[in-house]
Design a protein around this ligand. Structure first.
Ligand code: B12
Ligand code: SF4
Length: 577
């Protein structure tokens, strides 16, 4: 019997039927707007519990619904008989999808426990546990051990009185066990991709485990060296402030460099795509980085490695990155061209240091550098965004006649300001106005018909309307810049301009329909707009091709490996060897 099925919901439960302008809320992440990527923690949970003898399945409900219009969730859920179901509410934009999914599971399996977890579940645990279809909430950033204990308890039909980090209820009474499991060493929670691929093959259902829609086209993986960022970017729900307040984390937790290298090595055996090393490695300290580099050099990993820089880097550090990965790329997020805005956001560096780093990057010959900017920051208005785009263009000068391909990206802070972030907790102090605060309010926001109404904030400097308009304007400008500098070709640009026109038009049309119609008429008008809305589903600010293509590798080998594992499993099933 399967012990635990981990399910990842879409952002909007009935997105297949509903007319809703989702906007560019996911253009700079691998997912489409229903955010079909599940938390990387699903993989560490699967690895950990499998090693402890339990049988874990992943069902990426969001992706299944996205890939197959006829995927029947109800029928699929009926066929599942695990000991318990687990649903992630890691990212708040999944609140609507996750609660509706839980409700449906409870209606089909009233006796099966439903466990929630993730950052947003942690923040909202007290509100979440009140829903009749939520039985347990596991709080914290690392819950593999408490989850193991909970599964053991469920197996033995015992009460989980002593399980750390657990919020639960008994006879209608809510119990909040102490958030005391906050490990500083993450070695036991490494992801074993071998186990993940075996699980997918055993299920004969690889798409249930796929992390995002275009993964076969653009395969890549990510590793997490640490949990608990030391920085305090003011809108970030993963900041030091937030982790301290909601996860009880006062110290950054690390995986040993040997463990991280091992994780990367296992990935490279299965996947030839890029491997993202999430977070800035320099947080782990110089010695850590040295050790990791020595280990990785010995492993001779030939996948392109992608490194994040939370601040400018010196030449020596960058040189070392290339020594372990000659086809390495880097990412940095100055957020605004305006140093004052950047600093008020929490990034304490100027343009001189930024450009110095970018200069090193192209002098040293990195394959690619991604530079990210944001819309929705304090003091930012439309004029400031236009200047940001001018600056994004100016940076092309640094890369003229160089090997490094420079990719500038800009995206709105959307749909939500992160719960638990400095701004979310003190909006007025930072010049923000919050429209929604509770979990239920965010749930209701996601039932609305366009991303403008999802936005849980506006600033002193831009209203929601202006944030939306400015985003579309920025998309137009940046796509023109990319066309001019050869990052996209004429055909690609035309597709994007066309989609943008549709997105702008349908956003306005939704407002008009809402103003003029009610009841049945409203539904009829929305239905008429559905096909048009679908044409601008994603890829307004940039395409997935631009975001996810790394120059040196192609994705065929991973398909062959998965096919191999599947075939072996079919043979095992039929011939029982
Ligand atoms: C890496 C990262 C990403 C990666 C995703 C990697 C992945 N698949 O997990 C990328 C870049 C793709 C990404 C995208 C997004 N991200 Co992000 N991301 C991060 C980052 C930097 C680190 C995350 C991390 O450390 N995770 C490690 C831990 C906490 O999680 P975990 O190991 O995956 O899961 C453990 C627990 O959370 C828990 N758990 C999780 N799920 C479940 C489910 C069950 C049943 C149980 C029991 C437990 C459980 O147990 C796990 C194992 O111990 C954080 C910032 C930060 N410093 O935290 C932001 C952060 C998590 N992201 C955030 C956001 C908003 C997003 C986006 C929605 C942005 C957008 N609009 O596009 C998208 C969503 C993508 C999607 N779903 O498709 C916010 C979330 C705020 C909130 N509470 O909603 C954060 C906090 C900060 C930020 N603004 O970037 N992100
Ligand atoms: S946005 Fe800032 S606070 Fe959040 S994870 Fe990145 S560096 Fe840390």
């Amino acid at each position: 019997m399967v012990d635990l099925i981990l399910l990842h919901p879409p952002t909007i439960y009935n997105f297949r039927e509903k007319t809703v302008v989702l906007g560019p809320i996911s253009d700079v992440v691998p997912s489409s707007p229903i955010l079909e990527s599940y938390p990387i923690g699903f993989l560490s949970i699967l690895s950990f519990l499998t090693k402890h003898g339990y049988k874990i399945k992943i069902l990426n409900v969001a992706l299944k619904m996205l890939l197959n219009k006829n995927f029947n969730l109800q029928k699929t859920l009926k066929s599942l008989k695990p000991l318990a179901f687990g649903i992630d509410l890691h990212w708040l934009p999944h609140v609507e999808g996750s609660l509706k999914l839980a409700k449906l599971i409870k209606s089909i399996h009233p006796d099966k426990p439903i466990i929630f977890g993730g950052m947003s579940a942690t923040y909202y645990h007290l509100e979440l546990i009140n829903y009749p279809y939520v039985d347990y909430v596991l709080r914290g950033d690392t819950v593999e051990e408490p989850l193991l204990k909970l599964i053991e308890c469920l197996e033995k039909k015992q009460q989980p009185e002593n399980i750390p980090n657990l919020t639960w209820k008994i006879n209608g009474k809510i119990k909040v066990n102490p958030l005391s499991f906050v490990p500083e060493n993450l070695d036991d929670y490494m992801v074993d991709y071998g186990l993940v691929i075996k699980a997918a093959a055993k299920d004969l259902d690889p798409t249930a485990y796929l992390p995002y829609k275009d993964w076969f086209k653009y395969p890549m993986a990510a590793v997490l060296p640490l949990k608990g960022c030391p920085y305090n970017c003011i809108t970030c729900g993963g900041s030091n402030f937030t982790y301290k307040n909601i996860c009880n984390r006062t110290k950054t937790a690390l995986k040993k460099p040997e463990t991280l290298a091992e994780e990367i090595k296992i990935i490279s055996e299965y996947i030839k795509g890029a491997i993202f090393i999430l977070n800035d490695l320099r947080i782990c300290g110089e010695k850590y980085v040295e050790k990791l580099f020595t280990n990785l050099k010995n492993e001779k990993i030939d996948n392109p490695l992608v490194f994040e820089l939370f601040k400018p880097a010196n030449k020596k550090f960058l040189e070392n990155l290339l020594k372990i990965s000659p086809n390495a790329s880097v990412e940095i997020s100055p957020e605004s061209h305006d140093e004052e805005i950047r600093k008020s956001f929490g990034r304490m560096y100027g343009n001189f240091e930024l450009e110095k780093t970018l200069n090193f990057i192209c002098q040293l010959g990195f394959e690619r550098v991604d530079v990210f900017f944001m819309i929705g920051l304090p003091q930012q208005n439309q004029a400031s965004i236009v200047d940001t785009i001018r600056y994004m263009e100016k940076l092309f000068n640094l890369f003229k006649n160089k090997k490094t391909v420079y990719h500038p990206f800009i995206a709105p802070l959307a749909p939500f300001l992160d719960p638990g972030s400095l701004v979310f907790e003190n909006p007025k102090v930072y010049g923000y106005k919050l429209f929604y605060k509770t979990l239920q309010e965010h749930f209701e926001a996601l039932e609305m018909l366009s991303w403008k109404y999802f936005l849980n904030y506006e600033t002193k400097w831009m209203s929601r309307d202006e944030i939306v308009k400015t985003t579309y304007m920025a998309a137009n400008l940046i796509n023109k810049v990319k066309l001019k500098h050869g990052l996209i070709d004429k055909d690609e640009a035309e597709v994007m301009f066309e989609k943008l026109k549709i997105a702008e038009k349908t956003t306005l049309k939704i407002d008009e329909i809402l103003k003029n119609f009610k009841g049945e008429e409203l539904e009829i008008n929305l239905k008429k707009l559905k096909d048009e809305v679908e044409k601008a589903y994603e890829g307004l600010l940039c395409s997935k091709k631009e975001l996810l293509t790394w120059p040196s590798r192609k994705g065929l080998d991973v398909r062959l490996k998965i096919l191999g594992a599947l075939t072996k499993n079919y043979l095992k099933t039929f011939f029982r060897f």
